[in-house]
Design a protein around this ligand. Sequence first.
Ligand code: MSP
Length: 474
Amino acid sequence: MPKFYLTTPIFYINDIPHVGHAYTMIAASVTARYHTLLGDDVFFLTGTDENSQKTLAKATELGKDPAAFTDEMAMKWSTAWAALGITPNRFIRTTENEHRHTVAELLKTINDTGDIYKGKYDGLYCIGCEEFKNEKDLLANSVCPLHLIPCQQISEENYFFRLSKYRDILIRYIKEHEEFIKPDIRRNEALGFLRQDLKDISISRPNKRWGIPLPFDKSHVVYVWFDALMNYITGAGYKSDSFQKLWPPDLQFIGKDILKFHVIIWPAILLSLKMKLPKTIFAHGFFTIAGQKISKSLGNVINPISIAQKYGATALTYYLLSGIPFGGDGDFDERALIERYNSDLANTYGNAIQRIAGLSTQRGIMLPSTYKDFLTVIAHNKPYQSAMDSLQFSAAIEYTQNLLAGVNQVINKEAPWKLTNRERLAFLLHNWAAQLSDASYLLEPFIGEKAQKARSILTGTIPTESIFPKIEAA
Ligand code: MSP
């Protein structure tokens, strides 16, 4: 069984998940289901990024003990994913002992190779991005364009990582490995970063109360991004026997906002550790709400759990991945979600199943007890397979919808409910049921167990029911 190691970013816990965070998780969950159906041994990792200074700031603001606060928030994030039907194999928290020990060990190795040195950092830092900034990337008065807060002026003794040493190796690697950074627009962006002067980066902060101490100087804590990126190593069980089998990641999903960290710093860490680089890092686009950035201060944050409670997690998954080509940006619109669900799932798919299964019961015609399996189905639907393999979810959905529209067209043309010739009716019903079973497989990565239920209806194992009841718009 080939392994498939899949990761998402680990999320900051100073707030609860919004629909943008859910987008990454949903894409990963759909990919995990697809690879499971292909027969791969999937390992799906996600978690929470807890050592950020933001965690401490938020706990202090709420008057809570930081450790208790992290427990409470990590629980909120993991239960949110469970509520959306997302089931990662491992949920890592960067405050776990295992992670802390692994990070210390990896840092020691990097230090031993001579890639870490002590220096002085004079410059700016955005606590929102948790990033050292250049004045040229900021607005007037050193305001961060993403967080709209002024950066802190920092002047401190720091440890630095020799990032510059890996510039030419990275350029060559990215050029030689077309699949390494996807989509191509992000690959070009990465090459663009590397064409500029690549400076060594500061990887520690002195005298902080929160974070993982450097193993060779306990008066410093590790810069949070350096620790967070290493979660992909710890989460795969660095110390366990299965690690060699899992490494490297096959696919790492990130949002386009954190590209630089993942395509420059992360591979450089791995090169320094002499570890293999991930096969593909895919940066998806960003969701806005009514054209605006999702932000608490704008008051437009949408909680994915409320959406799932109202319409079901399947409706949310299907909507987020159907309209916008994965990689591009999109706008979240609840009415569009309802329309998409009603037209594709309730009408085109759900109704067809109910009509065919209903008619077969009514006329006492047994439907087949087995149909083609997933691998046979996708072998007959190559455009679907190549869309899924290249993470073009919307194209895979569109392909399936066209197939279903074709089935519905023939059903309407043949008007089987009027047919009196039993043999002909049985022939047609079997044919349509087989096509609907195929479509259920193609939809399964997106709709999960509802597709299995559809197939049980189509084999007559369970009675006909409406799998996708129509949503009445509020
Ligand atoms: N903790 C870091 C990641 C460390 S990974 C080693 C971080 N966390 S985050 O919580 O701010 O956001 C993580 C991810 O959430 C983004 O990269 C992106 O995948 C997703 N999104 C956050 N807002 C989003 C949208 N508005 N739209 C789409 N994805 C969004 O950065």
